[in-house]
Structure formats: C-alpha cells, structure tokens
Design a protein around this ligand. Structure first.
Ligand SMILES: NC(=O)c1ccc[n+]([C@@H]2O[C@H](COP(=O)([O-])OP(=O)(O)OC[C@H]3O[C@@H](n4cnc5c(N)ncnc54)[C@H](O)[C@@H]3O)[C@@H](O)[C@H]2O)c1
Ligand SMILES: CC(C)CCC[C@@H](C)[C@H]1CC[C@H]2[C@@H]3[C@H](O)C=C4C[C@@H](O)CC[C@]4(C)[C@H]3CC[C@]12C
Length: 369
C-alpha cells in the first residue's frame, strides 16, 4: 500500500457543511475519501458535533462564515483543491425575503466561483436541485424523466429561480481559467426531495401526526409520484463526483446529474409513511380527505395570513400554493447518467435507507419524551 501520508494530499472545502445534506457530505468524505488531508467546513452556523471530528487523522477546519461575503469565501477557498458548494437557503415557506434567497443562493454561488478563479481552485461541485427543472407552474408531470427529457422549466418562486440561476452560473464557469492558467472544472448535482437522518420536514410531519393523535390525513392523491432520494446516497454521489471530476474533466465538466437511488416511486405522503408508519402513525384515507379546490383555498388563505401577521410574527405553515403544487405534481427521475459518467451506484440499498431513517425518527421520538 502507498504510504498513507503521501496519499493524503487533498484539501476539500464543503460550504454549508453543517446543514442536513452538508453534514452527511462531511462525514462521507471522512469515511470514503482516502486522499483527504484537510477538510474545511464553512457555514454560517457551526455545529457542536464538529468537535468529535477533530480527533481523526484528517485535519478538520471549521470556518464560521457567510457565502454572501466575498472576502470570507475567498479566504476559505484559498489553497483548496476541491470545493463542494452545498450552502444555500432552502425556503419554500416564505420565511425569508426573495432578496435574501437570491443573495445567498445566487450571489453566494457567484462568490464561490470567483474565489475559485482568483485563488486557483480547479474543481467545483454544486448542489443544485430538481427544482431547477420542475415541477413547473403549469403542473405538468415529469414522469421518470432523465437529464435529457424535454420539459418546460418555468419558475416564479424565489427558491427555484435562485437555484436555476446559480446552476447556470456554475455551468457557465466550466472552462474559465483559474489562477495559474488551468481551466476550472464544474458540475451540478440535482437531488430530488432528500430524506434521511436530520430531515427537518420529516420531523415536522412526525410531530404533527403525534399532535393529531397518531394520524395524518391524506391530502394528495396516491397516484402522484414524487421523487425522493436518501441523504446518504446524495452525499456519496457528491464524494464520487468530486473525486472523478479530477480524472474525467472532459466528460464531466459542465454537466448536470440528477441524484437518484432505488427509493420507490410514491406520493409524498405515502413515501413518508414508509418511515412514519413503523413509528406508530397512520395515514387516514385512501383518497384525499379535502377536495383540491379547498386545499388551494386554504393555501391561498395561508398566504394572506402570512402577509397580515408579518408585522407581529412569522407564520410559515407547510401548506401554501407552491408547496401544494409541488406535492400535487408528478415529478420523478429515472436515469443512469451518473453510473455511465462516473460509476455511481447507490451506497445504501432502499432497505438500509429505510431502516436508518426509521431508527432516526424513533430516536427523535425518544428525545421528545
Ligand atoms: N433538502 C432537500 O430536499 C434538497 C433537495 C435538493 C437540493 N437541495 C440543496 O441542497 C443544499 C443543502 O440543503 P439542505 O436541505 O441540507 O439545507 P440546510 O438548510 O439544512 O443546509 C444549508 C446549510 O447552508 C448554510 N447556509 C445558509 N446560508 C448561508 C450563508 N449565507 N453562508 C454560509 N452558509 C449558509 C446553513 O447554515 C445550513 O447549514 C441546498 O443548496 C439545497 O438547495 C436540498
Ligand atoms: C399538501 C401538503 C400538506 C403537503 C406539503 C408537502 C410539502 C411541504 C413538500 C412536498 C414536496 C417537498 C419539496 C420537494 O421534496 C423537493 C424540494 C427540493 C429542494 O431543493 C428543497 C426542498 C423541496 C422544495 C421540498 C420542500 C417540501 C415540499 C414542498
């Protein structure tokens, strides 16, 4: 075996490394990337769990910083070989202003690209989203499509707009000369709805079910398929893409890849029940309990309430016209592009992903008591 000190030569930076996905990427890198010498974790809010990582063989450097601050980003990027940019504002509930979402997701990404160019970092992986494609505002289904499936991507909501713009910036930056004269190599990963340990919305549904006496009420027809992917497999895909980008720049540079695994095609609610069911919740109704027009009315009412209450408090329920349209429009992917381009196979089977997620929900339950 090669001298391990010699093999460990690369410096990686993960922006948003303390988020739901970011934490999994960080832990996956430490487990699966033998070339790692230093791992920099850049986030607005650093998690206490980072301390436990500092005793391992890889140097772990926690950097509290803001992607909207170009100088902070440049300082963190300087000397890194690879940047995995997962930091972002994920808000489809109206918690944050459209301007802030744009600032973090678009200007933050621009800052990351410019930092790579200025400091000579050559490899950039961007966490995009399926929402860069859809569901679109017309509610057209995207049924088991791939990266080449034609679809009318029309965005109005600030979050998908920002992800689409940021992804475009990243892809356009592919080939730009970085400090030293070599070309920047970029690519974008587009996860569908991510689930797994640490998923806040799953936690919210679980607590809502407990409050409703162990029941959730079906709102979406079971026939509407919603794409989901296990967080461990999304993290694994990031690790693999970052590694292979360094060897297959001509093939992978400027490309987009959906993140996929063997999670079953189901409606958003039926999929959640795969985990919440074994934790004691029941989904009531084989068909939606409320007609769609009433849900739409309630969603619109929530928007009005959010606006009226804004001076007093932040009212940001799960149901609004955008989330309703997302949950109510079929959007699933079926592709093998990542396997063909960089040998991706899911690291976790569906059974393992399911078991791990159920264990996590049960632990949430335990800690809530
Ligand atoms: N959760 C999903 O289902 C999903 C699906 C597709 C794509 N994505 C994308 O994956 C990425 C991670 O999402 P997540 O679900 O883990 O969200 P998250 O909110 O858990 O994580 C985002 C992280 O970014 C950090 N961050 C936010 N603003 C920042 C700033 N100004 N400077 C530095 N750090 C900042 C946050 O502190 C957080 O730790 C995002 O880019 C998101 O668009 C998520
Ligand atoms: C009718 C309501 C009761 C159901 C509401 C469910 C709603 C909160 C869910 C449905 C779909 C979810 C989104 C989807 O899984 C994909 C993404 C992409 C990602 O980039 C960010 C998260 C997001 C928007 C999920 C958010 C929660 C949604 C809208």
């Amino acid at each position: 075996m090669a001298d391990s000190a010699q093999a460990q030569k690369l410096v990686y930076l993960v922006t948003g490394g303390c988020g739901f996905l970011g934490e999994h990427v960080v832990r996956m890198l430490l487990q699966q990337e033998p070339q790692l010498r230093e791992l920099r974790i850049f986030d607005l809010h650093l998690g206490p769990w980072l301390e436990e990582l500092k005793t391992g063989p890889v140097q772990v450097t926690a950097i509290q910083g803001d992607v909207t601050q170009a100088h902070e980003v440049a300082a963190a990027v300087a000397g890194a070989h690879v940047v995995i940019h997962t930091a972002g504002l994920v808000d489809v509930f109206g918690k944050t202003s459209p301007e802030t979402i744009h600032e973090v997701n678009v200007q933050g990404t621009r800052n990351v690209i410019e930092a790579c160019v200025q400091t000579g970092t050559r490899f950039l992986v961007y966490t995009s989203s399926m929402e860069v494609v859809g569901p679109n505002i017309k509610g057209q289904p995207f049924y088991r499509g791939n990266e080449n499936t034609p679809y009318e991507a029309v965005h109005r909501h600030p979050y998908p707009c920002s992800k689409a713009l940021a992804e475009q910036l990243v892809l356009e930056a592919n080939g730009r000369k970085v400090l030293g004269g070599l070309p920047l190599v970029t690519c974008a990963l587009r996860p569908t709805g991510i689930y797994g340990e640490g998923h806040q919305i799953m936690r919210d549904f679980y607590h809502q079910g407990l409050r409703l006496g162990g029941r959730l009420f079906r709102a979406i027809p079971a026939s509407v398929e919603h794409g989901r992917v296990y967080v461990g497999n999304v993290a694994w895909m990031h690790v693999l893409v970052a590694r292979e980008l360094q060897h297959r720049a001509a093939l992978m540079g400027g490309q987009v890849y959906f993140c996929y695994d063997n999670s079953p095609y189901k409606s958003y609610e039926d999929f959640n029940m795969e985990f919440l069911g074994p934790c004691g919740l029941r989904l009531v109704g084989t068909r939606p309990l409320l007609p769609y027009w009433l849900l739409l009315f309630l969603a619109a009412l929530n928007v009005l309430l959010q606006w009226l209450l804004r001076p007093l408090l932040l009212y940001a329920p799960l149901l609004n016209p955008y989330t309703l349209a997302m949950a109510n429009t079929t959007f699933t992917v079926s592709t093998d592009k990542a396997r063909r381009h960089f040998g991706y196979e899911p690291l976790f089977s569906w059974e393992e992903s399911r078991t791990r997620t159920i264990r996590w929900v049960q632990a949430v339950e335990g800690s809530a008591q």
